[in-house]
Design a protein around this ligand. Structure first.
Ligand SMILES: [Zn+2]
Length: 259
């Protein structure tokens, strides 16, 4: 368990931070009803992921992928941001947020109000569908409706395969996203990792790059992370992010005159 002193230290670091970089993982969205794909009850215990090269080569794989995405769609469509997403927006309004780099594909940061130019979704997003040929982005809703009725994977008007705009297994992260996240890691003075086991690379490199450039580094997660015990970690808080982080943001902003 954490002591009151550790919570006070978190508020202190947030108060001092001028260019805060927030790095988020699945642990911040479980409170919004989004399943943690890798946890003990995770989706991957039940379904086989479709690899990107199979999606591109096989109609059966495309059907399987759309079927999997259709199963999760109502949950994503109806999910609402929680106190953690909102606390991050408060940091932005107080002009203390450099950026949010997230591993989450639920779109809840932008739904909460985080600005697009401050948000890097390293693993893509379920809130858009992307053509694999021309790159056009469209609203998922009509595609799911159509697939639910016809069971035929949708095609772009250019003829390309449409796929929810998330990074699939076997698909590289977008270079421009990684470059953008690395630039933010160079600039930040305080990086806070929330609800991530910090075990999926290259995403988990981002907070470490920041810490190695001299930023203070806070890790808040329920359960172990791969960065526990590293000398770069300034403060490690164990427990539910939603119980720890929003109150610390309020404490830090109140004392600066942001009610
Ligand atoms: Zn297209």
């Amino acid at each position: 368990m954490n002591s009151g002193k550790e919570h006070e230290k978190l508020a202190e670091l947030l108060r001092a931070g001028k260019k805060i970089l927030i790095f988020t993982g699945a642990g911040i969205s479980t409170g919004s009803g989004i399943p943690d794909f890798r946890g003990p009850e995770g989706v991957w215990k039940r379904r086989q992921p479709v690899y990107y090269h199979d999606f591109m080569r096989s109609e059966a794989a495309r059907i399987e992928h759309w079927d999997f995405k259709l199963e999760g769609w109502p949950g994503f469509r109806d999910a609402r941001p929680n106190a953690t997403h909102e606390a991050i927006v408060q940091l932005e309004r107080a002009d203390k947020l450099l950026a949010v780099v997230t591993q989450n594909i639920d779109g809840l940061h932008s739904r909460a109000g985080t600005s697009a130019e401050k948000l890097v979704e390293l693993h893509g997003t379920n809130s858009q569908v992307e053509c694999q040929s021309c790159g056009e982005l469209t609203d998922p809703h009509p595609h799911f409706e159509a697939f639910g009725k016809t069971r035929r994977p949708p095609l772009c008007r250019c003829g390309g395969f449409l796929k929810p705009a998330t990074i699939s297994f076997g698909q590289n992260l977008r270079n421009e996203d990684l470059e953008c996240a690395s630039r933010f890691a160079d600039e930040t003075d305080l990086v806070v990792a929330l609800g991530s086991t910090l075990s999926v690379y290259p995403a988990a490199d981002i907070p470490l790059i920041a810490a190695r450039r001299g930023a203070r580094y806070v890790v808040i997660n329920r359960g172990e992370t791969d960065h526990d015990g590293l000398p770069e970690v300034t403060l490690r808080l164990e427990g539910d992010v939603a119980a720890i982080f929003p109150p610390a943001v309020s404490a830090a902003l109140q004392s600066r005159g942001f009610p």
